[in-house]
Design a protein around this ligand. Structure first.
Ligand SMILES: *[C@@H]1O[C@H](CO)[C@@H](O)[C@H](O)[C@H]1NC(C)=O
Ligand SMILES: *[C@@H]1O[C@H](CO)[C@@H](O)[C@H](O)[C@H]1NC(C)=O
Ligand SMILES: *[C@@H]1O[C@H](CO)[C@@H](O)[C@H](O)[C@H]1NC(C)=O
Ligand SMILES: *[C@@H]1O[C@H](CO)[C@@H](O)[C@H](O)[C@H]1NC(C)=O
Ligand SMILES: *[C@@H]1O[C@H](CO)[C@@H](O)[C@H](O)[C@H]1NC(C)=O
Ligand SMILES: *[C@@H]1O[C@H](CO)[C@@H](O)[C@H](O)[C@H]1NC(C)=O
Ligand SMILES: *[C@@H]1O[C@H](CO)[C@@H](O)[C@H](O)[C@H]1NC(C)=O
Ligand SMILES: *[C@@H]1O[C@H](CO)[C@@H](O)[C@H](O)[C@H]1NC(C)=O
Length: 453
């Protein structure tokens, strides 16, 4: 199966070679690199052999077991015009120039170094049509490939290659097939610059880091040549096993909708998760510190987390009335000017939220029993923060409020920081609601009155 693929791609490459546009080649060659061009022409006329490298059945699969691998030397298979190097290239330089020129294909099995230098490795092999580097510890291609006029297939697989500089293959003028599967590539900053002759470009089997920018895979005009782009999988912690293309599509769509809506112009929208199996994306919208006087009228579908800290918001009724907020799990509104959340009583949102942060607002009172009911009915509620508000220490309210803070202290995690004041505007005289008892409260009132006298 593996071999069949290999051979068919090589056969394909051979056919394309037949269609080779000689006139373009001559013009191009003479104009840009006359010296190389003339030597190439010379070779064309004087080394007239039939290319039969595609008939071979050699593979790198068992390279470690081959006797050559212990020394790291190369063997010529004249029948296939192929050079097979296993575990190294110690005798590469000893092959005569004349013989090297007759080589159509070179396979480096088990490249032994961290680096692959295409300039030295291909120096004596100007005519190769096929280059294969398989297995081994190669991590990096040191320089850009030299000008190569015949090289049509480059196969680098099962190595530790972790990055490819965009211009690496730029001067491989007739590249048809580029196979970079099963390496350790994590990202490509921009699309590779490849010859227009490119037909197949494989990238599957690499541990792609989808938190990086892969926008080019959607926008690049040659994106179609990435034959297996639909198969690429993410390997980073955030998106592990999600499809790379899915991640980019969501990111682009989110960016687009956030830019389109005036209310979100200055906010930051990001994706923080893709739910496994259902592949529903979850978004975070951050509109903190933007001097907002009201909640944005629009949020993208699948927003699950919303931040609007440090604004001047007074009204939370959109949580009840605006459908865009209906399924937002977490809402952060600390340091705003909210005076009341009464409007949330009995609303869908209040019975389904996961997190509500109201620290540092202007809340004085809340419908205590409604809050209790909502928390009873809401199995998702995990955090509700209410400290740093000017809660009112009236006897009746403070007692009930304390009860709730106590009962739901697993959710009201800042309960011990919730303080109340006795007189509006007088923040100095405050008590911890949790430590108030009925008697205390009365005593405190008395004490206060005595002091005031
Ligand atoms: C590249 O080599 C691998 C074997 O290591 C093989 O499976 C694959 O088919 C080759 N790619 C092409 C395009 O022939
Ligand atoms: C390759 O073909 C030759 C005959 O041409 C055969 O002797 C050899 O066993 C084959 N090798 C593999 C790995 O199939
Ligand atoms: C390569 O190494 C093998 C194993 O030692 C040896 O038999 C063979 O002659 C060497 N070939 C060349 C061309 O040096
Ligand atoms: C992925 O890229 C991000 C951002 O560059 C980086 O912080 C993170 O460590 C990378 N993760 C992996 C698994 O490479
Ligand atoms: C976004 O910021 C700009 C510049 O600070 C401001 O003029 C504009 O009104 C802001 N838009 C919104 C919707 O807040
Ligand atoms: C959320 O994302 C999924 C998947 O893209 C989509 O089908 C759905 O319509 C989106 N909106 C909501 C509200 O779930
Ligand atoms: C939200 O944006 C603010 C201001 O840009 C920033 O300080 C804060 O860290 C952001 N929060 C999150 C959760 O991204
Ligand atoms: C309570 O307040 C103290 C002092 O301001 C702060 O350090 C602590 O983080 C607060 N605890 C909670 C749960 O908010």
């Amino acid at each position: 199966m593996k071999r069949t693929n290999f051979q068919s791609s090589l056969a394909m490459a051979r056919n394309y070679f037949k269609d080779f546009n000689y006139r373009l080649f001559v013009t191009f060659g003479l104009k840009f690199c006359p010296r190389t061009f003339i030597s190439v022409l010379f070779l064309l006329f004087y080394t007239n052999h039939t290319p039969n490298y595609h008939h071979h059945n050699l593979t790198c699969d068992n390279w470690k077991k081959e006797p050559e691998a212990t020394i790291g030397n190369c063997t010529r298979y004249t029948k296939f015009a192929l050079l097979l190097c296993q575990g190294g290239v110690s005798n590469l330089k000893t092959i005569s120039e004349q013989k090297s020129r007759k080589i159509d294909g070179v396979m480096f099995c088990g490249w032994p170094d961290k680096y692959f230098n295409p300039i030295t490795a291909l120096q004596t092999l100007p005519n190769v049509k096929l280059l294969s580097i398989e297995y081994g510890v190669m991590k990096e291609i040191l320089y850009r490939f030299p000008e190569m006029f015949y090289l049509q297939t480059i196969n680098i697989s099962w190595t530790r290659l972790s990055y490819v500089e965009p211009k690496t293959f730029k001067r491989v003028y007739n590249l048809r097939i580029l196979d970079l599967r099963w390496n350790q590539l994590t990202h490509l900053d921009s699309p590779l610059i490849l010859s227009n002759t490119i037909e197949f470009f494989f990238l599957n089997g690499n541990p792609w880091n989808c938190t990086r920018n892969f926008k080019w895979l959607l926008t690049w005009e040659k994106a179609d040549t990435v034959t297996d782009r639909r198969d690429l999988l993410c390997h980073d912690r955030k998106y592990k096993d999600r499809h790379l293309l899915t991640v980019i599509n969501y990111k682009m769509a989110l960016k687009h909708t956030c830019q389109k809506h005036e209310d979100l112009k200055n906010c930051t929208c990001s994706m923080h998760h893709i739910v496994p199996k259902s592949h529903i994306p979850l978004y975070t919208v951050n509109c903190s510190y933007l001097n907002l006087h009201r909640l944005p009228a629009y949020l993208p579908d699948n927003t699950s987390s919303f931040y609007a800290n440090g604004n001047k918001i007074t009204d939370v009724s959109p949580l009840r009335n605006n459908n865009h907020y209906r399924y937002v799990d977490d809402i952060h509104l600390d340091n705003n000017m909210i005076e009341s959340i009464d409007v949330l009583e009995g609303s869908y949102w209040f019975e389904h939220f996961r997190l509500l942060n109201l620290k540092g607002n202007r809340l004085r009172k809340i419908p205590v029993y409604a809050l209790g009911n909502a928390l009873d009915d809401n199995p998702h509620a995990s955090l509700l923060l209410l400290s740093r508000n000017p809660w009112y220490c009236s006897c009746k309210f403070a007692m009930r409020f304390r009860e709730i803070l106590n009962k739901y202290n697993a959710i009201l995690k800042d309960a011990w920081n919730v303080t109340c004041i006795y007189k509006q505007g007088d923040e100095l005289k405050s008590s911890k609601v949790m430590s108030i008892t009925r008697g205390d409260s009365v005593e405190l009132f008395k004490g206060l009155k005595i002091k005031l006298k």
